[in-house]
Design a protein around this ligand. Structure first.
Ligand code: SAH
Length: 235
């Protein structure tokens, strides 16, 4: 016997299938072919529905490799950058990872999909609340979220295996680096507003290995160890 479903439900399900197909194309074309080699990262990017982290009018653009506006003048990074940062952090199952700048919650979801124990701080109460609801709806309720200034990290939850800054910092983030375990990795954009180096820092005191992944332009992290304001050139 045929089971009839309401038309709206059918078209919604069709739309989800179409978006999943576009996501698979994005992973192959924009990530694997551009050098993202870690299959675990590729699988995580395949599994997280980026369109659900955007306002519905932008869902159709979710799988273009471009940053997109979210709310309150913020952006969600382009998928390639999310994959690159995640790969560079070397996130393993069960690793404790701190993210600064929860934003939409997309990067946190990708980390959680990799099996990480994710801690994420967002300065905006509105964005924090929306991300918390979204992550819960999508089944990522184990992610630890806090509203506040993340430029000073999350000392009570330290040490972390990895720290990802998803907004820019004016200089080397000393306070954050102290919250890494020996051998831990920081990944984030450091440098002037509008043009930063995406840096990977592996810290094993007294040794430190620094690598520049690419040149990039992230929105600023505004806080005690970040920028003074969103337009401040001095930090
Ligand atoms: N990771 C996000 C994108 C982050 S955009 C995603 O996947 O969607 C940068 C975010 O950092 C913005 O949401 C901004 O509100 C937030 N932010 C700015 N200054 C901050 C601070 N000091 N601490 C925590 N979050 C901050």
């Amino acid at each position: 016997m045929a089971i009839l479903r309401p038309r709206s439900e059918v078209s919604q399900a069709d739309e989800e299938v179409r978006l999943a197909q576009r996501r698979a194309v994005m992973v192959e074309r924009d990530l694997r072919r551009r050098g993202i080699r870690d299959d675990r990262v590729l699988n995580a990017m395949l599994s997280v529905p980026r369109h659900r982290f955007l306002t519905p009018n932008l869902a159709a653009e979710a799988y273009a490799d471009t940053p997109l506006p979210t709310r309150l003048g913020q952006t969600i990074s382009q998928p390639y950058i999310v994959a690159l940062m995640t790969q560079a952090a070397g996130v393993t199952n069960g690793a404790r990872v701190l993210e600064i700048g929860t934003g939409s919650g997309y990067q946190a979801a990708v980390l959680a999909a990799l099996g990480a124990d994710v801690w994420s701080v967002e300065a905006s109460p509105e964005l924090h609340g929306e991300a918390a609801a979204r992550l819960r709806d999508l089944g990522f309720s184990a992610v630890h979220l806090r509203c506040g200034d993340g430029t000073l990290g999350w000392p009570d939850a330290a040490p972390f295996d990895g720290i990802l800054a998803t907004g820019s910092l004016p200089e080397r983030p000393t306070a954050l680096l102290r919250q890494l375990r020996p051998g831990g990795v920081f990944v984030g954009p450091i440098g002037p507003l509008g043009r930063q180096r995406l840096v990977r820092l592996e810290v094993d005191p007294p040794r430190e290995r620094e690598e520049t992944l690419c040149v990039c332009s992230f929105v600023p992290l505004v806080g005690a160890a970040g920028w003074r304001s969103r337009t401040d050139q001095e930090g």
